[in-house]
Design a protein around this ligand. Structure first.
Ligand SMILES: NC(=O)c1ccc[n+]([C@@H]2O[C@H](COP(=O)([O-])OP(=O)(O)OC[C@H]3O[C@@H](n4cnc5c(N)ncnc54)[C@H](OP(=O)(O)O)[C@@H]3O)[C@@H](O)[C@H]2O)c1
Length: 286
């Protein structure tokens, strides 16, 4: 995402990702807050035409207003990425009223934790065993995997239709190789990485590159929110951080730099860029 990058497409281009005189659109799902907003603002700062998509109109409007106050232009469209019809409407509106799609960042997603079987023991030694709720499994898979599929297929269709190529960046997670309490989330992110490799093979002939970026724990809004609501979680996360090889979390800027590399480098496709300070231990003991 170097200023007005010229390499999203397959042809000679001269500005902001489009053919001569044509700017392209960078779409960021879940762009109204957290990492998505940081990525959207980064793209806007580099001169891209940026559209953020999310479910909450107030959150989106606030993001647009805050950006304006910082001289950044964001455009907002409402969309629940788990709703097929809503995703179809999003892409219809993008095609009608925005420059051709050059970059799609599949960012919308949310972590959810539950052990396969949660076990609690009372003083008498009796065990209460709670299996992973199917509703939680389905909700996480729907958002973190099906949502990426629904948006990715429309993004690819739009890029094939305008015939200028493009880049799809799927946000994965360091948990994709397995992590304690992360059955659904880790499986969904492993699925996202698999989709990335499959789509890269299928879409290369149309000049479309597909890359996954897998952050470790982000020192961002979501972490601050969870730690503020639970001192126990804060303590656990501190222990976890101390066990990463670099002893630090990654920042939104670190991830933005990886997305920029994915977007700019014409030889990167079908791969996962890991931005995780050396990896997160799969389990941390008390
Ligand atoms: N935070 C981390 O430590 C971390 C680490 C590795 C990977 N990641 C990945 O990074 C991405 C962003 O995470 P984050 O920490 O920024 O999460 P976040 O703070 O919870 O933000 C998620 C964003 O996605 C939007 N969203 C949620 N459900 C949606 C839906 N169905 N349709 C459209 N938008 C939806 C939310 O807005 P609305 O609710 O208004 O729709 C929100 O703007 C996710 O894919 C996550 O898995 C995060």
């Amino acid at each position: 995402m170097s200023g007005c990058d010229t390499r999203y497409g397959r042809d000679t281009q001269d500005g902001c990702g489009g053919r001569a005189g044509r700017k392209t659109t960078a779409l960021v799902t879940g762009g109204g807050s957290g990492l998505g907003l940081a990525l959207a603002r980064h793209c806007a700062g580099l001169g891209h035409h940026v559209v953020i998509a999310g479910r909450d109109p107030d959150r989106l409007s606030q993001a647009v207003r805050d950006a304006q106050a910082d001289d950044l232009e964001l455009h907002a469209l409402r969309c629940d990425v788990t709703d097929e019809a809503a995703v179809d409407r999003l892409f219809a509106e993008l095609a009608e009223t925005h420059p051709p799609l050059g970059l799609c960042v599949n960012n919308a997603g949310r972590n959810s934790s539950h052990r396969l079987v949660g076990v609690r023991q009372d003083e008498s030694g009796a065990r209460e065993v709670r299996p992973y709720p199917v509703s939680q499994w389905e909700e996480t898979i729907k958002l973190c995997l099906t949502g990426v599929f629904l948006v990715g297929r429309r993004a690819a269709a739009a890029m094939v239709a305008h015939d200028q190529g493009g880049v799809i960046v799927n946000i994965s997670s360091a948990t994709s190789s397995g992590a304690y309490g992360q059955s659904a989330y880790a499986a969904a992110k492993a699925g996202v990485e698999s989709l990335t490799r499959t789509w890269a093979v299928e879409l290369g002939e149309y000049g479309i590159r597909v890359v996954a970026v897998a952050p470790g724990v982000l020192d961002g809004e979501a972490l601050r929110r969870r730690c503020a609501s639970s001192p126990r979680h804060q303590e656990y996360m501190s222990r976890l951080r101390r066990q990463t090889p670099l002893g630090r979390w990654c920042t939104e800027q670190d991830v933005a730099a990886a997305v920029a590399l994915a977007a700019d480098n014409p030889s990167i496709t079908g791969t996962v860029l890991e931005v995780h300070a050396g990896g997160i231990p799969r389990r941390v003991y008390e």
